[in-house]
Ligand binder design. Sequence first.
Ligand SMILES: Nc1ncnc2c1ncn2[C@@H]1O[C@H](COP(=O)(O)OP(=O)(O)O)[C@@H](O)[C@H]1O
Ligand SMILES: [Mg+2]
Length: 373
Amino acid sequence: MKLFTAHLVDFRNLSARLEFSPGVNIFVGRNGQGKSNVLEAMHVAALGASFRPGRLGDLVRFERPAARVELGIEEAGIVTPVVVTVSLAGQRQMSVGGRENASLEDVAQHLRVVFFGPEDLHLVKGSPSGRRAFLDQAIAGHHPPYGDRLRGYGKLLRERGQLLKELAYGSPPPTEILESYEEQLARHAAQILSQRVKFLREYSPLARQLVLDHTDSRLELEITYQSSFLPIVEEGLVEAADIYPRFRRQLAETRAADAPAGRTSIGPQVDDLELKLGGRLARFFASQGEQRQLAVSLKIAQLALWKERFGVHPVLLLDDVLSELDPVRARLLFSRVSQWDVQTLLTTTSREDVVLEGDCRFFDVEGGEVKWE
Ligand SMILES: Nc1ncnc2c1ncn2[C@@H]1O[C@H](COP(=O)(O)OP(=O)(O)O)[C@@H](O)[C@H]1O
Ligand SMILES: [Mg+2]
């Protein structure tokens, strides 16, 4: 799947019609002209949300009622229209191939993206929630039922929390009810944990190899799943059927401690990924440059796994990557991307920084208008 055309209307400061190259598309312009907004439009279309914080309604151009992103996506010679509109109130509507009320999964049949931008440094330096989100998106992006599972799990967590509060504050619910919630909760948790561990088994060696390549074999990456539910790590549990009974037991044991806050203290919602470079925690000991390199490598490894293992062909969105990497690393990244035949959209303030072979197109971005030759 490749982006063929885009028509952006009142999406932030943009009004533009674009025709893409199947290779690398380079958006050039001074700061504040709308380059990242172009990538953001693709991100919103593919994933339903921005990579920036804020409300969906923020995407609508000031003083306008709605933003619209119309994409033509090409696959085997057939172009499918995908249209996403966002209202000022933050209502999102999508259509795919002319069919209204499409879901994100319908869109994902035609468009997937892998995004890297400066904010991804948080993958290394930030809180566990960012790393969990990355992992979840990487799994759900090739296996949509995982996303449903996560949403179901979130709902059950809220329901258990409510019951626990009732338990703590004087009106205890019948034990069978609590137990039946915990049973369902444990089934969901076991599936999620199992899928995460299985994903990491395939993902980690790839990420490790990429970091080696990108650091002239200087740095070895170690990724460890840090589970709040210890047997996963200690006993190396992988299958949901093995995780479930132990998790369920542990859940019952945490009941009293969890009750006052109504918060479940073990499970996928509190876990983390530990990232070590050369045996030391990257978040504390790696240099700024190494952390950036690691963040890029984590995203590129996701792309490599999707492509090679799961047959998913995402569009790569690279925001300001040239200011994140030194020129040698950037060249390495580009040569890899062109070998893989991955359609790429990238932004830069300076055209001279981009050294590319193969199919590419330069776009000039100024004041929300986009031109190309
Ligand atoms: N909702 C909006 N309506 C109109 N303009 C917006 C909106 N949100 C952001 N902008 C404008 O978009 C510009 C930033 O675009 P951006 O793509 O981040 O720039 P850059 O080219 O540096 O990547 C700013 O000028 C900002 O004022
Ligand atoms: Mg930008």
